[in-house]
Design a protein around this ligand. Structure first.
Ligand code: PLP
Length: 485
């Protein structure tokens, strides 16, 4: 298969072209066959692309201009926190003392890096109201899974072997039931009531001797604060279960309320969302977990400890669930989060929450003139609209999302959460100016008007992008994942 639209680097290849030049060899040439055992010598040609330096630069620069990122435009993807990633983070991450070290170096020679990890843990404990932290998990889902293994280990250490169920509201992020399943639990769905909050009666019915934990995010995935959280915590704790806080999005509550104070026992944080690790495009992320003292003995090892003035890796954790990631976590992302936290300070992080919530509510009220708002109360950092009025005119949420591309915006999250028809989930974040918010609002209102006057233009969108409407069914059912030369 050849890709006509934009050739792959392999298709640009011409034998003999090189994008590097080396000085003449001034040592004896090594004959591979003499020195390396037969088994280790590659039999087939690697088929690497051969291009000049200029072709190489043009190829990747061209590709980068077809991409969309937070540095190129507004990216209101709900449940994702696509906020600006300060460039100062990059300056710090590039420092030689951080970027040229190796995880297997003697800890004595990398005390500064260990201090950063230790201090970051301290800040995360303070932000979450928890007692101990592990920076190992590589992403949010990984943190969820890690903490669930710890919760299982905790129950088993108490001789409680039959806690097989994890309760999860139907509005939860898809990673919650997935993590519970991968960790070997059965997930039980808890219904959402008309206000978009957990149905307490349903929770009471589901909870019991077989409950290992309740997984919850607060504000929940509809962007609404679960006001009855203390009561929920009591219900679950009384039944012997633990409360897990999905802290992927802390953007609405930092400095105002802490998972620890809401009765949670374990939490993960997405440093690549709230704490400005760049994300999208597949990572790397970082999903540290923070837990109460009761769960701390089960944390992955090693932990970073301070002995006098020296930072050490503590391997002496007999009840630890073990290691969940090679080395000690994604240090580069942890470092960026540390830089961000130190730059913002406690008052700065509190302001982040204020502006994130203000921006979301401003946008929600303005957009509700044209789009159905299923839950009427104030939202936190994000909100969910329904495109059901537009659907009656033959325009679906997917069409609206595609039309936004024509206007240079990344679309919001669509068809999620699953309990809202034709859902549009919007998270403006705190880093956008009022001008940008207004431009997006005007564009959305204009699309609603186009839907009434000229629905085809929305149904056939996008019109002004390099790639037009895709066949999403074929892409999902028969994806071509391998390129054959
Ligand atoms: C993003 C997100 C996750 C998953 O985090 P990953 O780093 O993508 O694994 C979990 N829960 C919520 C609410 C999220 O927004």
């Amino acid at each position: 298969m050849r890709t006509k639209n934009y050739p792959l680097i392999f298709e640009r290849s011409k034998q003999g072209r090189k994008s590097y030049s080396l000085p003449p060899l001034d040592v004896p040439e090594l004959k591979l066959d003499d020195e390396i055992e037969e088994d280790y010598i590659r039999k087939n040609k690697a088929n690497l692309p051969e291009v000049s330096e200029l072709e190489l630069i043009r190829h990747y620069t061209g590709l980068s201009t077809r991409n969309f990122g937070i540095d190129s435009g507004f990216y209101p993807l709900g449940s994702c926190t696509m906020k600006y990633n300060p460039k100062l983070n990059e300056d710090i991450a590039k420092l030689d003392g951080f970027s040229y070290i190796h995880p297997y170096q003697d800890p004595q020679t990398v005390q500064g890096a260990l201090e950063v990890m230790y201090d970051l843990g301290k800040h995360l404990r303070e932000i979450t109201g928890m007692e101990e932290v592990s920076l190992q998990p590589a992403a949010g889902a990984h943190g969820e899974w890690t903490a669930l293994l710890m919760i299982r280990a905790f129950h088993e250490a108490n001789g409680d072997m039959n806690r097989t169920k994890v309760l999860i509201p139907d509005s939860a992020h898809g990673t919650n039931p997935a993590s519970a399943t991968v960790a070997g639990f059965e997930s039980v769905t808890i219904q959402t009531n008309e206000q978009g909050l957990v149905d307490l009666e349903d929770l009471k019915k589901a909870v019991g001797k077989d409950t290992a934990a309740l997984m919850l995010t607060n504000p929940n995935t509809l962007g609404l604060f679960e006001t009855e959280i203390m009561e929920m915590a009591e219900i679950v704790h009384d039944a012997g279960g633990k409360l897990y806080y999905d802290g992927a999005n802390l953007n609405a509550i930092m400095g105002y309320v802490r998972p620890g104070d809401m009765g949670f026992d374990a939490v993960h944080l997405n440093l690549h969302k709230t704490f400005t690790g760049p994300h999208g495009g597949g990572g790397p992320g970082s999903g540290p977990i923070a837990v109460t003292g009761e769960l701390a003995p089960f944390l992955p090892k090693p932990l970073i400890k301070k002995q006098g003035n020296t930072y050490v890796f503590d391997e002496d954790l007999p009840q630890s669930i073990g290691r969940v990631k090679p080395y000690y976590g994604n240090f580069g992302i942890n470092l960026r989060a540390y830089t961000y936290i130190r730059t913002m300070g406690a008052t700065g992080l509190k302001k982040v929450s204020e502006y994130a919530v203000l921006n979301a509510n401003y946008m929600m009220r303005k957009l509700s003139r044209e789009y159905d708002l299923p839950f009427k109360q104030h939202c936190k950092h994000e909100f969910v609209l329904s495109g059901k009025k537009q659907k009656m005119l033959g325009v679906r949420t997917l069409d609206i999302a595609k039309r936004l591309l024509d206007y240079g915006f990344h679309p919001p999250t669509i068809y999620f959460p699953l309990n809202v028809e034709e859902a549009l989930m919007i998270e403006p974040t705190e880093t956008e100016s009022k001008d940008t918010l207004d431009l997006f609002i005007d564009t959305m209102l204009q699309i609603a008007e186009e839907t009434r006057l000229n629905p085809e233009i929305v149904q056939d969108a996008p019109h002004h992008t390099v790639v037009k409407r895709m066949d999403e069914t074929t892409a999902a059912r028969r994806p071509i994942l391998k390129y054959d030369l």
